[in-house]
Design a protein around this ligand. Structure first.
Ligand SMILES: [Zn+2]
Length: 1011
C-alpha cells in the first residue's frame, strides 16, 4: 500500500493553490527536485533568483555549480520531489526523500540463493548407449535416457473453464496421441467435471452462480464480482453458457505425446509436441468480460490476474507476484488517448488515499457523493463535477466523462502539480572526438542524424539544444543566435572544471537554428585529423552537468574510448577468466568507480536523463557507463566495433527514434493498490525517491518497469483488488499531465485460479529483471539456477494440487497459462546477459544486454528471448506465399540446407543461406557477392523482383516494431565460427556446448518436480 497512511488521522484537504515556491518538503502535491526555473521559456534564464549557493565549487551535491558571477538558478533542495498524488504532510520517516546525494540501492533480488537444485547439468546417463541421431545434427553429447515420462499439459480444473472460443477453434486432441496414462485413457470423454474434482481437493467448492453483470456501477457501492466466480462471471455476455463437461475437459487436457522414435535416441520425447510460443506474446484477455473498463494490458500486466486472498496462499505461489508497467506504451495507430481537463477546478481524487477518479468509483446520494474503490471512503463530489444519477444509478453525463468509463486517461494537471513552470524539452549531446571515434565514422553519422531530426524534435518552439565534445580536453560551443558561426570554447583544466559562458551553451533551437546547423555541418571535419587517443569523459560529464542542471533534460552521450583522464577514469578489466565461477565474478558487472553512481544520482535529482551510446571495438566498461542510464531512466545503446559503413543505418534509425519519440519530461510514477497489498520492490531504470515513487527525468514509450508486491495482511476481505498507475510528467508541448491507468482484478481463495490467470509474459519479464539483478551480486550460474528453481517450485506446487486426483503420479503437469514458461526460462538462461561464463559472451556485450533487457516492454523481451525464424526462399520464389507467416521452432532441425531463412530477434536479422540454396536466389539477392564470403558481403537492393521482395519483407519486419533497427547479417551454412555465434548459439532449443536443449531442460525440470 503505497499511499495509505494508517497512522494519520484523516488527510487534510489538498491545498487549493500551492505556490511554485518551495513548500515544505513532501508537503507539496507535486514538487520537483529539479532546479526552480524562474521564467517562462524560451527565456528560461536566471532572472531574479538568488545567487547560487556556491560560485565555483566544481561539483557538489547541494546544487549545480555555476560560473561565478552569473546569476544562477537556485536548485530546489534535493529531495523535494514528490508525487502529485502524495497527500500532504506525511511523517518524514515514511516518505522522506533520500538525503542529498544519497544513492538508493534497489532492494536485493528476492531470489533465494540457497536453492539446492542442481545446476543445469546433463542428467546422468543411465539408459541405453547413445545412438547417433539420424539427420543433419550430430548430437555432441551423450543423451539422457528416454523418459517414460509423458509431459501432460494440464489446464485449469474443470470448474475453471476458460472462455476460449468454442467449436472449430478448440484444437482437437491430436489423433496420434497415445493415451497418456492408462487409467485416463479417454481424455475426450472425461468424467463429469464435479466428480473429478471433489470439493476437498484443491479448495474447489461448487461453482458459484453466474454473475450476469459483473460490473455495474450503482449507488451504494460497487458490487464486486465474486472472487472465485471468475470462471463463470468471465463469460462474455451473450456467449452462452460456459463450456462445460466433456468439451471443457477436452480443452483442458491437451497432452503431449511421448513416444520413442524407433532407432533414435534424441529427442527424449517427441519434441514436436512441446509447446512453443510461435505467435509471440499474447496479451491476456481473461479479464475483459469481467472488468471491461480496465486499462489495456499494453500498459499494465500482472503476473497473475488473480490476487491471492491470504498470505498463506501467496506463499504457495512460487512465481513472482507483481506487475509490469509500460506507462507510455504506444497505442495502435488511430487510437487516441482521452485527455481530461477539470480546469479551473482540480483533478477529482479520493481525499484520503489520493486515488484518481476512475471507472470503478461509484456515485451515490443522488450524485452528491462518490465512494472510493480503493479505500471505500465516501467523498463529496465537487460542485463543479456534480451530475445527477439516472434510474440505474449511473451519472447522466457518463458518455462525456471518459475518466469514468476508460481505464486509461490523461488529466491535465493544474498549477498545484508543479513547482516551476513546465520545463522545455532539452537535448544535450556529449560527443567523443578522440581518434577512435573519428575513425569509426560515428561522428559523421551522429551529426547528420541530429541535423535531419531538428524539425522533429518534440516541443517546438521551446526546445533547447546544446553540444560538447571531448578528447583529452573538453570543448563547448557557443550557439548564441546572434552569431553566424558557433564559437568553440576549450576547457583543459580537468581537475577544476569550469564552464565558460553557461548561458550560451544551451540555446533555444528555433532561435539558434542556423548556428546549430552550421555546427553540425562542420563537426565531422573539425576533428577529422584529430590524433588524440585520450578520453576526459568524467570531467566532461561534470562540466555538462553544470550546463544542464538548471533545466534538466536529456543527455545523449556518444562514447568511443575508455575514460582515461581525470575523475571517473576506468581501467581494463574482465579479461581474467579465472574470476569466473568465484565469488568475485559479479564485481566485473558492477561499476568500477563510484563516480558513475554519484553522477547518476545527481543527474536524477536535477531531472537529467542519460542515454549512453557506446561504440568501442575494445573494452569500454559498459558496466560503469551503463550506471548513468540505469538510475536516470535512460537507455544503453551498444554498437561494438562500430564502423559507419556497416552499422551506420542502425545508429541512424535508433538515434532518430530516440530523438523523435514522444517523451515525458521531469516525470514521477507511482503505482497504488488497495489496502492489504503493497508493492515491495521495483526493477528497471529509475531512481527510487521515496518508498514507492519512481523518479524518471525523462521517459518514453520504449520503457517498462517491473515491480513485486506482497500481502500486508494475513487475509484480504475484499473481493476485488484495484491497481492504479499514475505518471505525472511534463509533455513536450509544455503541459503538465497525469497519465492514469486503472485495473481491477479478482481476489481469489484458490491457488488453481492464480495459475489459471497467470500471465507468462509478465512473469518472464519480472524473472528476467530479477535474474539480471542477481548477476550483479552473484555468479551467473547462481542466477540461472534461481530461474530454474522458481520454475520447479511452481510446477511442484501445481502438481501437488492436481496430480493425485488425476493419477498422474509419473507425469509432469503444468497449467495452460504457463505452457511457455519453461521454454522462456531456458531462453533466459541462454540469453546474452546470463549465458555460460567467461568465453560465452564478451563482458561489455553481456552488460549491455542486461541493461537493455531491464527496460524492455514484455512483447519485445519475449521476442528477444524466443526470436522468430522464418523460411524465406519459398516465399521469394512464390512457391508458398504463406510461408512468410509461419514461425518455426528454433532448432537446427528446421533449417533445410536448400532453404533461405531469416532470424529476427527485434534487434538484428540473420539471413541464413543453406548450402544447397538455389544459385538463382543467391545471385538475385547478393549480386556479384553471391559466391563470396558472406561476412564481407552486404545486402543491398538489386534490380530484380526477388531482391525487391526481400527488401519489402525486411521493411515489413522492421516496421512491426521500430524501437530498434535490425541490421541484416548474412551467413552461409557451415561458415564457421560465424555461423555458430551468429545463429547456432541462439537456436535455444538445441543443445549447444554446455547449454541445455529444450528436451533436456524439460526432462531436468520434470525430474526435479517429482523429487
Ligand atoms: Zn480512497
Amino acid at each position: 500500500m503505497g499511499t495509505e497512511n494508517p497512522g494519520r488521522p484523516g488527510f487534510p484537504a489538498r491545498p487549493a493553490s500551492l505556490p511554485f515556491a518551495a513548500a515544505p518538503q513532501t508537503a507539496t502535491p507535486f514538487s520537483s527536485t529539479g532546479p526552480v526555473a524562474g521564467s517562462e521559456p524560451p527565456s528560461f534564464r536566471p532572472t531574479a533568483m538568488p545567487p547560487p549557493p556556491q560560485a565555483s565549487s566544481l561539483f557538489s551535491s547541494s546544487g549545480p555549480p555555476v560560473r561565478p558571477g552569473v546569476p544562477g538558478f537556485r536548485p530546489a533542495p534535493p529531495g523535494t520531489f514528490n508525487d502529485p498524488s502524495v497527500p500532504p504532510p506525511q511523517p518524514p520517516s515514511a516518505n522522506a526523500p533520500p538525503a542529498a546525494g544519497t544513492f538508493l540501492r534497489f532492494p536485493p533480488p528476492p531470489f533465494s540463493s540457497s536453492g539446492q537444485v542442481p545446476p543445469q547439468q546433463r542428467a546422468p546417463f543411465v539408459g541405453p548407449p547413445p545412438i547417433q541421431q539420424s539427420g543433419s545434427q550430430p548430437p555432441s553429447f551423450p543423451s539422457p535416457p528416454q523418459p517414460q515420462t509423458p509431459f501432460v499439459q494440464m489446464g485449469s480444473p474443470p470448474q475453471s473453464i476458460s472462455p476460449a472460443p468454442m467449436g472449430s477453434n478448440v484444437p482437437p486432441p491430436t489423433p496420434t496421441h497415445q493415451p497418456p496414462f492408462p487409467g485416463y485413457a479417454r481424455m475426450q470423454q472425461p468424467p463429469p467435471a464435479h466428480s473429478s474434482f471433489p470439493p476437498s481437493q484443491g479448495n474447489y467448492g461448487p461453482p458459484p452462480p453466474p454473475v450476469s453483470s459483473p460490473f455495474l456501477p450503482q449507488p451504494g457501492g460497487y458490487a464486486p464480482s465474486p472472487a472465485v466466480a471468475a470462471p463463470l462471471g468471465m463469460q462474455p455476455p451473450g456467449s452462452g453458457p460456459p463450456i462445460g463437461g466433456i468439451q471443457g475437459l477436452a480443452e483442458d487436457f491437451n497432452s503431449l505425446t511421448v513416444q520413442t522414435r524407433p532407432g533414435t535416441m534424441d529427442p527424449l520425447f517427441d519434441s514436436s509436441e512441446l509447446p512453443r510460443p510461435l505467435d509471440g506474446d499474447v496479451e491476456p484477455k481473461n479479464l475483459d468480460a469481467m472488468y471491461p473498463m480496465n486499462c489495456h494490458p499494453r500498459y499494465l500486466r500482472l503476473t497473475t490476474s488473480a490476487v491471492p486472498s491470504s498470505q498463506s496462499l501467496a506463499s504457495r505461489w512460487h512465481l513472482p507476484l507483481g506487475a509490469v508497467v509500460c506507462p507510455l506504451a504506444e497505442p495502435p495507430e488511430g487510437e487516441e488517448l482521452s485527455v481530461v481537463s477539470f480546469a479551473p477546478a482540480s483533478v477529482v481524487r479520493c481525499r484520503r488515499c489520493r486515488t484518481y477518479v476512475n471507472p470503478y468509483m461509484t456515485f451515490t446520494e443522488a450524485g452528491r457523493k462518490f465512494r472510493c474503490n480503493v479505500c471505500t471512503l465516501l467523498n463529496d463530489v465537487p460542485s463543479e463535477y456534480y451530475a445527477q444519477l439516472d434510474a440505474t444509478g449511473k451519472r447522466v453525463d457518463l458518455d462525456q466523462r471518459p475518466e469514468l468509463t476508460k481505464g486509461t486517461v490523461e488529466f491535465v494537471a493544474p498549477a498545484e502539480y508543479m513547482v516551476r513552470p513546465p520545463m522545455p524539452p532539452v537535448y544535450f549531446f556529449l560527443i567523443d572526438v578522440s581518434i577512435s571515434a573519428v575513425r569509426s565514422g560515428m561522428i559523421q553519422i551522429v551529426a547528420e542524424t541530429i541535423k535531419s531530426c531538428l524539425d522533429e524534435l518534440p516541443g517546438f518552439p521551446r526546445t533547447q539544444i546544446g553540444f560538447a565534445t571531448f578528447d583529452s580536453t573538453i570543448h563547448f560551443y557557443n550557439m548564441k543566435s546572434s552569431l553566424t558561426q558557433p564559437q568553440m570554447l576549450v576547457v583543459s583544466d580537468l581537475d577544476d572544471v569550469f564552464v565558460p559562458l553557461p548561458d550560451d551553451l544551451l540555446v533555444n533551437l528555433s532561435e539558434s537554428r542556423s548556428v546549430v546547423e552550421t555546427f553540425l555541418d562542420s563537426l565531422p571535419s573539425m576533428f577529422q585529423d584529430n590524433a588524440n587517443v585520450e578520453s576526459a569523459f568524467g570531467p566532461a560529464l561534470k562540466a555538462v552537468f553544470m550546463v544542464m542542471s538548471q533545466l534538466g533534460g536529456k543527455l545523449l552521450i556518444f562514447q568511443n574510448t575508455l575514460p582515461s583522464l581525470g575523475v571517473g577514469r576506468l581501467k581494463l578489466r574482465g579479461d581474467d577468466s579465472r574470476v569466473y565461477g568465484t565469488d568475485k565474478e559479479h564485481v566485473l558487472r558492477l561499476p568500477e568507480d563510484p563516480f558513475y553512481k554519484q553522477m547518476a544520482a545527481e543527474f536524477s535529482k536535477f531531472q537529467i536523463s542519460t542515454n549512453v551510446y557506446a561504440f568501442s571495438d575494445k573494452y569500454t566498461d559498459i558496466a560503469s557507463l551503463g550506471t548513468l542510464a540505469k538510475y536516470t531512466a535512460g537507455q544503453v545503446y551498444y554498437y561494438p566495433a562500430f564502423q559507419s559503413a556497416i552499422h551506420g543505418e542502425k545508429l541512424r534509425h535508433e538515434l532518430r527514434r530516440d530523438l523523435t519519440r514522444e517523451t515525458a519530461w521531469e516525470a514521477v510514477m507511482r503505482i497504488r493498490c488497495a489496502k492489504g497489498v503493497r508493492f515491495t520492490t521495483y526493477h528497471g531504470n529509475f531512481m527510487l525517491r521515496s518508498t514507492d515513487l519512481l523518479a524518471l527525468p525523462a521517459v518514453d514509450c520504449d520503457k517498462a518497469f517491473a515491480m513485486q508486491l506482497s500481502l500486508e495482511e494475513t487475509l484480504l476481505t475484499t473481493q476485488t483488488m484495484y491497481f492504479q498507475v499514475a505518471l505525472l510528467y511534463t509533455a513536450s508541448c509544455g503541459e503538465r499531465r497525469i497519465r492514469v491507468h486503472t485495473m481491477a482484478v479478482p481476489v481469489v481463495t484458490d491457488l488453481g485460479e492464480m495459475y489459471r490467470l497467470a500471465d507468462t509474459g509478465a512473469i518472464v519479464s519480472l524473472f528476467s529483471r530479477l535474474a539480471i539483478e542477481k548477476t550483479l551480486s552473484q555468479k551467473l550460474e547462481d542466477a540461472r539456477t534461481a530461474v530454474q528453481l522458481k520454475i520447479v517450485k511452481a510446477l511442484k506446487e501445481y502438481r501437488n494440487l492436481y496430480a493425485v486426483q488425476h493419477r498422474l503420479a509419473n507425469r509432469m503437469i503444468y497449467p495452460e497459462s504457463l505452457k511457455f514458461l519453461m521454454l522462456y526460462g531456458l531462453a533466459l538462461c541462454r540469453s546474452m546477459a546470463l549465458r555460460g561464463g567467461f568465453g560465452d559472451a564478451p563482458l561489455d556485450e553481456r552488460c549491455a544486454a542486461g541493461h537493455t533487457m531491464m527496460v524492455l516492454p514484455i512483447k519485445r523481451l519475449l521476442k528477444l528471448l524466443y526470436p522468430s525464424l522464418i523460411r524465406l526462399d519459398e516465399y521469394l520464389l512464390k512457391v508458398d506465399l504463406k510461408s512468410i507467416e509461419r514461425r518455426l521452432a528454433l532448432t537446427m532441425e528446421n533449417l533445410d540446407s536448400r532453404g533461405l531463412y531469416i532470424y529476427d530477434d527485434g534487434f538484428r536479422f540473420i539471413l541464413w543461406f543453406g548450402k544447397g540454396v538455389s544459385p538463382e536466389i543467391a545471385r538475385n539477392l547478393l549480386g556479384a557477392d553471391f559466391a563470396a564470403e558472406l561476412s564481407k558481403a552486404t545486402l543491398s537492393e538489386h534490380d530484380n523482383e526477388m531482391s525487391r521482395g526481400l527488401m519489402r519483407v525486411l521493411e515489413k519486419f522492421r516496421n512491426a516494431d521500430r524501437a530498434y533497427y535490425q541490421l541484416c547479417y548474412l551467413v552461409r551454412q557451415g561458415e564457421q565460427p560465424r555461423e555458430g555465434f551468429l545463429l547456432l548459439t541462439n537456436l535455444v532449443e538445441d543443445q549447444m556446448g554446455g547449454n541445455n536443449g529444450y528436451s533436456d531442460w524439460m526432462l531436468q525440470i520434470s525430474r526435479q518436480v517429482q523429487q
